[in-house]
Design a protein around this ligand. Structure first.
Ligand SMILES: C[S@@+](CC[C@H](N)C(=O)[O-])C[C@H]1O[C@@H](n2cnc3c(N)ncnc32)[C@H](O)[C@@H]1O
Length: 125
C-alpha cells in the first residue's frame, strides 16, 4: 500500500490514529530524525537572495527538555507496556536528570506506537 499522505502535527497523535485504523502493523519502513536531547535550540535562518536579512531568524524547535512535563506520557506508558514503564520509572527514581527522563519518556511512547504500526517484517531507521 502506498500512503501518499503528508501529516503535519505531533507524530504521537498521528501514530495513535493510524494504529486505531490498522491494529495490525501495516507500514514497511519508518525513518526518523528526531530530537536527540542535544540541549540546543535550533533556528531557521531567513536569507534573501542578496543576503540583506541573513541575520533574521526564528526558533524552529527547542531540543532542551528540562521544562518538559513527562508524567502524563509516563502514565500512558504504564497502560501499554509495563516493562517499559518499569524501566523509565526506575530511571526516574535513581536520580538521573529529570530532563533526560523527560526526553526518554517522550521518545519511548512515540517509539512504542511506531513499533505498533510497523509490519513484523518492517524496517526502522
Ligand atoms: C533533528 S530535527 C530534524 C530536522 C529535519 N530532518 C530537517 O532536516 O529539517 C527534529 C525535528 O523533529 C520535530 N519534532 C519534535 N517533536 C516532534 C513530534 N512530537 N512530532 C513530530 N515532529 C516533532 C522538530 O520540530 C524538528 O523539526
Amino acid at each position: 500500500m502506498i500512503m501518499k499522505k503528508l501529516y503535519f502535527g505531533d507524530c504521537l497523535d498521528i501514530l495513535k490514529d493510524l494504529h486505531k485504523e490498522h491494529p495490525q502493523g501495516f507500514i514497511d519502513l519508518i525513518y526518523i530524525d528526531p530530537p536527540f536531547n542535544s540541549k540546543r535550540d535550533y533556528n531557521i535562518l531567513f536569507e534573501s537572495l542578496d543576503f540583506a536579512d541573513a541575520t533574521a531568524q526564528k526558533q524552529a524547535f527547542a531540543d532542551t527538555w528540562s521544562n518538559v512535563s513527562y508524567l502524563d506520557a509516563l502514565n500512558e506508558i504504564k497502560d501499554v507496556d509495563l516493562d517499559l514503564w518499569n524501566f523509565l520509572h526506575t530511571l526516574d527514581t535513581v536520580g538521573i536528570s529529570k530532563s533526560a527522563v523527560a526526553y526518554l519518556t517522550t521518545m519511548a511512547i512515540r517509539l512504542h506506537y511506531m513499533h505498533k504500526v510497523l509490519k513484523e517484517t518492517g524496517s526502522f531507521y
